[in-house]
Design a protein around this ligand. Structure first.
Ligand code: GBH
Length: 477
């Protein structure tokens, strides 16, 4: 296996975190064990027609039982960090601040965290990766009910800070608020499956506030002693104008306003991007002065999940993206990059470098990965030779190195998606993102070539940086 490094004198920060990521509902299974109650994804995935292959996360990769095997894999891959999510439904199964806390759930993640730390793997914990307790949705409308949901989310966060904050130094409040609000409450392809053009903006607003008040609590009560970082992760494709026309250039900028500025501008700049108001008018909620004071500055880092680049043209009526149309086909009819198994994703590493430069404050790329075309139809012996995924990671990791070493962008971590093939939401099990192949009948895990590639890349890169740092990355037990 050869590893081509663009920047041989790579200087990544000493504490740069190379890692892999997962999320609870996509891997855990054991949906009714140890006191767990349903989330909106349990309910949604069981509605006929919502998941392409009719599957759900009842078993997934069985990681609630096989978690130790997964930690073995992480260790064998030599990653420095593991990003996973804690499901609210195992901590407070019915969700509310008056509902019982589940000791079995608390204990499970404590054990997992201690195991990771014992093996020198830094945990990066997401508090919410889409699995809202169904109880809260039924009781008061979940994310639509500002007054209730903010208090319940902050209470849930508090339980986690208390239970794990002494050993968790990296918190992500929310994974991808655009997906939560827009795909869940507007387009309806994700849980809870609502369709409409008002709810997404209310939900997005409430998620920002829940995030901000949880961060305030962390900073007021925990950060001084626990000394961790807390922030939020958004998702976006890098957007390039289809051509040089002013309308398409403006469309690309507007698309970024709607996908990430919608969340990151209130947090980093103190207000929504003006382009939102133009299109949404009164449907965009306002922050009170007291609220915006809490929201502004409420993230210690800019978490970014990004997989691909889209070409943008002005027009269309998809107001969720600011009335733009996107695709991968260039004006000359050729494709931007290599197609994957998911229609929305093509390889385009130069776009990644541009994106990192655009968000010069970026602190952590919290997801980045590739489903090889046709992989699900291959036998395992073939699937593990995932050349296209290696090419993808190689291109993106080198783009990252260049952004840091040549462009001076401050990137602090990189998490490949994903440690395992897993439940790919509405696509079910048909699309595989893992660097580890999972046989869903036996739950046997087989490392793919891309896992070994990442190990080499990380090892080699650190070795070049400086042998001492290499030791920090791979603590000898
Ligand atoms: C990440 O979201 C998620 O955080 C992670 O859980 C997931 O497994 C990973 O992506 C891979 O998809 O265009 O209508 O087909 C990234 C944002 C959200 C982009 C869903 C693709 C597909 C919806 N993704 N979206 S659609």
């Amino acid at each position: 296996l050869t590893v081509k490094m663009a920047a041989t004198s790579a200087k990544l920060p000493q504490d740069f975190l190379w890692g892999l990521a997962t999320a609870s509902y996509q891997i855990e299974g054991s949906f009714d064990q140890d006191g767990r109650e349903p989330s909106i994804w349990d309910t949604f995935s069981k509605i006929p027609g919502k998941i392409k292959d009719g599957s759900n996360g009842d078993v997934a990769t069985d990681s609630y039982r096989l978690w130790k095997e997964d930690v073995d894999l992480l260790e064998s891959y030599g990653v420095k960090s593991y990003r996973f999510s804690i499901p609210w439904t195992r901590i407070i199964p019915r969700g509310g601040r008056g509902d019982p806390v589940n000791e079995a759930g608390i204990k499970f993640y404590r054990t997992l965290l201690e195991e990771l730390i014992g093996r020198g793997i830094v945990p990066f914990v997401t508090l919410y990766h889409w699995d809202l307790p169904q109880g809260l949705h039924d009781r008061y409308g979940g994310w639509l009910n500002k007054k209730e949901i903010i208090q319940d989310y902050v209470y849930y966060a508090k339980i986690c800070f208390e239970a794990y904050g002494d050993i968790v130094q990296n918190w992500i409040t929310f994974n991808e608020p655009w997906i939560i609000s827009t795909l869940g409450y507007g387009v309806g392809v994700f849980a809870p499956g609502h369709v409409g053009n008002t709810e997404p903006w209310i939900v997005g607003h409430n998620v920002i506030l829940a995030h901000a008040y949880a961060v305030k609590l962390y900073r007021d009560k925990f950060q001084v002693s626990q000394k961790g970082l807390i922030g939020i992760t958004v998702d976006a494709h890098w957007l390039i104008p289809y051509d040089d026309t002013p309308a398409n250039k403006a469309a690309a900028a507007r698309g970024l306003d709607f996908r990430i500025g919608r969340f990151m501008d209130p947090i980093f700049k103190g207000s929504y991007p003006p382009s939102l108001k133009v299109i949404l008018g009164d449907r965009l909620p306002d922050f009170t002065p007291e609220e915006i004071a809490v929201v502004h500055g409420s993230s210690d880092f800019f978490g970014l999940n990004t997989y691909t680049t889209h070409l943008v043209q002005d027009g269309g009526n998809d107001e969720n993206m600011g009335c733009i149309t996107t695709g991968h086909e260039k004006p000359d009819g050729t494709q931007l990059g290599r197609p994957s198994d998911a229609p929305w994703l093509q390889t385009y590493a130069p776009g990644f470098r541009s994106f990192l430069n655009h968000i010069w404050k970026v602190s952590s790329v919290t997801e980045n990965g590739f489903p090889v075309k046709g992989e699900n139809d291959m036998p395992v012996e073939e699937a593990v030779h995932d050349k296209d995924r290696i090419e993808y990671f190689e291109g993106y990791a080198n783009a990252l190195l260049q952004a840091v070493t040549e462009d001076g962008v401050n990137v602090r971590g990189y998490f490949g998606w994903s440690l395992l093939d897993n439940f790919e939401w509405a696509d079910g099990y048909r699309i595989r993102f893992g660097v580890t192949y999972v046989d869903y009948k036996t739950q046997k895990r087989t490392p793919k070539d891309s896992a070994r590639f990442l190990t080499k890349f990380v090892t080699w890169g650190q070795h070049e940086v400086n042998k001492f740092i290499a030791k920090l990355f791979f603590p000898v037990r």
